[in-house]
Design a protein around this ligand. Structure first.
Ligand code: AMO
Length: 437
């Protein structure tokens, strides 16, 4: 007898089926018992008459508790009167495979009944919520779409170490860990190693992996550990090639999501999945400042000059929609002071960009400085010494011109589905005040 998922049942009326799932609801009435089972695909009703023909099973159901898991064998019947999919199962066997002993500490079916922190504490239950389950299926599809596209373009998926001997982005914001009798650090990004792959002649690589940031920021978009979708490729002519590549990658990911989940996202999250058109609008930072000033009377505060901040990002998206009817916009020509030392510069201007989507930065990308002497100077200028010595070696024996970018997967999901915080779109959130469960 075949074990079936609940979305396959429609083709098996009048057959014996085996179903496994959680007990979602029980109605124990005078003459009949109903048990609603739930698996990740849906719900199905199990119906038991109390006419003496199945007393043993009636007893099992009488002592059954909500959220236990069961294995039910029985006959699947079509029954128009049953609201739940017009079908029911008449059981011949019920086996309780795991008993839920206690009243649930979280009403996971109603997300508004608990605060976000309680939900995070009890995330294993919170994730039983249908909307949450859907969120991770969608995130998975998004990554599948992007991965498939990269494989088609002949990219190699790599895995770089997360335990490293020196800071990988900047000296600050790095977690130290004791490593035998020395100190190691958690990788802030795979930046140096994906560039190493270019020096090694890999030409096109990507990695989907955790990044660790010791930033004490409690915003809706920051986590201390997040998943980064990192890309690097060789023999580019300029950072414009990197931007073109990112456009195609996002179009591939969002097309896949729209095709599979577009209607469901609209229904459950009230968000339209818009597959963007190429090219995405592009604007230089100084021109953007001018637009924000003229249109919205916004002036970038002194400490952020040469860079963006959360408010500027929000207004930038508004500008992109009003001016171009586009959800995405690339911002280029940041100040060298505000950008990493490994960005190539032309006449002092970093050859890189940020990509803004729905009011939030989702990517930093750039052409990298691959000329050893120049790179050494730029590292020195940022006060980086010993920490980057191993990295600088990558550029001494020939290294193709190259560039790349990183997309935050959790942030992307947050913006795609319009959740209030990144905590909701992470399997388990990690922040300054949370490293459990
Ligand atoms: P950057 O630091 O801008 O660039 O990070 C790239 C993208 O990762 C996401 N991100 C975050 N998501 C959640 N919580 C955080 N604390 C967090 N920090 C960053 C964002 C961001 O745009 N090495 C470069 C990339 C490159 O040049 O290839 C880097 O790490 O979506």
């Amino acid at each position: 007898m075949k074990k079936m998922k609940f979305n396959e049942l429609k083709n098996h009326y009048n057959e014996e089926v085996v179903l496994e799932g959680f007990v979602d609801k029980i109605r124990d009435l005078q003459y009949v018992q109903f048990v609603i089972l739930r698996d990740r695909y849906g719900k199905v009703q199990v119906t038991l008459e109390k006419d003496g023909s199945m007393e043993e099973l009636n007893k099992i159901v009488s002592s059954l508790t909500i959220e236990s898991t069961v294995k039910v064998t029985g006959k699947l019947l079509e029954n128009e009167k049953v609201k739940m999919g017009g079908m029911e199962v008449i059981p011949t066997q019920i086996e309780v495979t795991s008993e839920s002993y206690h009243e649930l500490p979280l009403n996971y079916k109603d997300m508004n009944s608990s605060g976000i922190d309680t939900r995070m504490d009890l995330r294993f239950l919170d994730l039983r919520n249908e909307k949450n389950q859907l969120m991770f299926q969608i995130q998975s599809t998004l990554q599948q779409g992007m991965r498939e596209w990269l494989y088609e373009q002949d990219f190699t998926e790599i895995h770089t170490p997360k335990l490293i001997g020196a800071a990988s982005e900047s000296g600050s914001d790095v977690f130290e860990v004791q490593y035998f009798d020395t100190t190691a650090y958690l990788a802030q990004s795979p930046q140096f190693y994906k560039q190493m792959a270019m020096s090694s002649g890999f030409e096109k690589v990507f990695e989907v992996a955790p990044c660790f940031r010791a930033e004490n920021s409690n915003t809706n978009r920051h986590a201390t550990e997040f998943t980064s979708f990192d890309i690097e490729c060789s023999y580019i002519d300029s950072f414009l090639d990197v931007m073109d590549l990112e456009e195609d990658l996002l179009i591939a990911g969002l097309s896949k999501v729209k095709e599979k989940w577009g209607d469901k996202i609209q229904e459950v999250f009230g968000k339209e999945v818009v597959v963007p058109t190429k090219p995405f609008p592009r604007i230089k930072l100084q021109d953007l400042y001018q637009e924000l000033k003229n249109r919205y009377h916004y002036e970038i505060p002194t400490e952020d000059v040469g860079d963006m901040n959360a408010e500027a990002e929000k207004l930038t998206s508004r500008y992109a929609m009003e001016e171009y009817g586009h959800e995405f916009i690339f911002v280029t020509d940041f100040s060298a002071k505000k950008r990493a030392f490994y960005h190539m510069r032309k006449e002092g201007i970093p050859q890189g960009y940020d990509l803004i989507w729905r009011g939030c930065e989702i990517t930093t990308g750039a052409q990298r400085e691959h000329r050893y002497d120049v790179l050494v100077e730029q590292a020195k200028e940022k006060g980086l010494g010993k920490d980057v010595e191993f990295y600088l070696e990558f550029f001494r024996y020939g290294c193709p011109p190259h560039g790349g970018f990183a997309l935050g997967v959790d942030r992307l999901t947050m913006l795609l589905l319009g959740t209030a915080t990144i905590k909701e779109t992470m399997f388990l959130f990690r922040g300054p005040n949370r490293i459990t469960p």
